[in-house]
Ligand binder design. Structure first.
Ligand code: ADP
Ligand code: MG
Length: 328
């Protein structure tokens, strides 16, 4: 069944000259979903987003929005909007004028522009800052204005390219929660490009993990974290050990490992290399006697009940149920 609000990419390809940036990807994003395109720098996330927006031509394949092929439609006719970084705000315009700008371009009357802009500012909790200029706003407030401006055209799909990367960690967390709230309230598709697995896990109904122009896995972040399809996905998501076990490549979550003072117990003998305190948990790097590098995450209280020091010999213990096979 194809939903009338779905975004569908069918064998979508992007070439820059002879370089292949996006290689025949297929994705369907259901109406109302928060989708994160996730992957390391250069894997083709922005190219994909720009093709959906219409800011970049599609070399091959089709993009459908609500079952309508939009390959040749100009950006303003697609029902999409792009949230640009806050530094794209006009410095000489106040908040309302910045938000209302697209309607002014469409020839809407001043009172209508103003009331629509105030509606959007309400949504992003910025009505108190309506007559400030961008340089009188904090980074986080500027982001909200940029978001309100993008939503002015009532898009059915909002596109966001690394929207939180310029913010400090505290604001990033706040703005992340705001994005999720606003997406739920509007019920439209958000397609959010990020290289941060943490961001994708916090936000996405569906995460699409990309590598070298391909999709390597898609699904709910919890599914991807618990059942990474490949060694690459496991390493990229973090929190996993990737090991060779009986000739198979497997992953083992770092928080599924226990350590014993009895170096002869468990599946591996290892030496503690580094201990990093992380607040709720302690992260330990281990070197096994077979030459593997492993990581263990222990709850803070468990660790400090009997702390280890670099150089300590330990037994590394895990249960078979926590071993998950992946493609290499
Ligand atoms: P991401 O957003 O995941 O970092 P991009 O989509 O920006 O990746 O880039 C994918 C690949 O395409 C990279 O190898 C990049 O260098 C290349 N690329 C991106 N934009 C252009 C362009 N305008 N011209 C040529 N190559 C480009
Ligand atoms: Mg990019």
């Amino acid at each position: 069944m194809s939903g009338e609000n779905d975004v569908e990419l069918v064998s979508v390809t992007k070439r820059y000259g002879s370089a292949l940036a996006v290689d025949a990807i297929d994705v369907r994003i259901r109406g109302g979903q928060y989708c994160c395109l996730l992957g390391p720098s250069g894997c083709g996330k922005s190219s994909t987003l720009r093709m959906i927006a219409g800011h970049e031509s599609i070399s091959d394949g089709d993009i459908l929005i609500g079952n309508r092929r939009i390959n040749e439609d100009p950006p303003a006719k697609r029902g999409t909007a792009m949230m640009f970084q806050s530094y794209a705000l006009f410095p000489h315009l106040d908040t309302v004028e910045n938000v209302a700008f697209s309607l002014k371009m469409q020839g809407a009357r001043k009172d209508e522009r103003r009331s629509r802009a105030m509606e959007m500012l309400e949504l992003v909790s910025m009505t108190d800052y309506a007559d400030r200029k961008p340089d009188q706003l904090s980074g986080g407030q500027q982001q909200r204005v940029a978001l309100a401006r993008a939503l002015m055209t009532r898009p059915s799909v909002l596109l966001l390219d690394e929207p939180l990367s310029a913010l400090d960690p505290f604001l990033r967390g706040r703005m992340r929660a705001e994005l999720r709230r606003i997406q739920r309230e509007l019920g439209i598709i958000f397609i959010h490009v990020t290289h941060s697995q943490e961001e994708a896990m916090a936000l996405a109904d569906v995460a699409v993990v990309m590598k070298d122009g391909h999709i390597v896995q898609e699904g709910h972040p919890r599914e991807i974290f618990n059942r990474p399809a490949t060694a690459f996905v496991a390493r990229f998501m973090g929190g996993h050990n990737v090991l060779e076990l009986d000739g198979r490549t497997v992953t083992l979550r770092s928080d599924a490992i226990r350590l014993s003072r009895d170096a002869g117990s468990g599946q591996r003998r290892a030496t503690i290399r580094e201990v990093e305190y992380q607040g709720p948990q302690v992260h330990l790097n281990l070197a096994t006697e077979r030459g593997e590098e492993m990581a263990a995450i222990l709850p803070e209280r468990t660790y400090f009940a009997d702390p280890f020091a670099p150089g300590d010999a330990v037994g590394v213990i895990w249960t078979q149920e926590d071993v998950h096979q992946v493609r290499p």
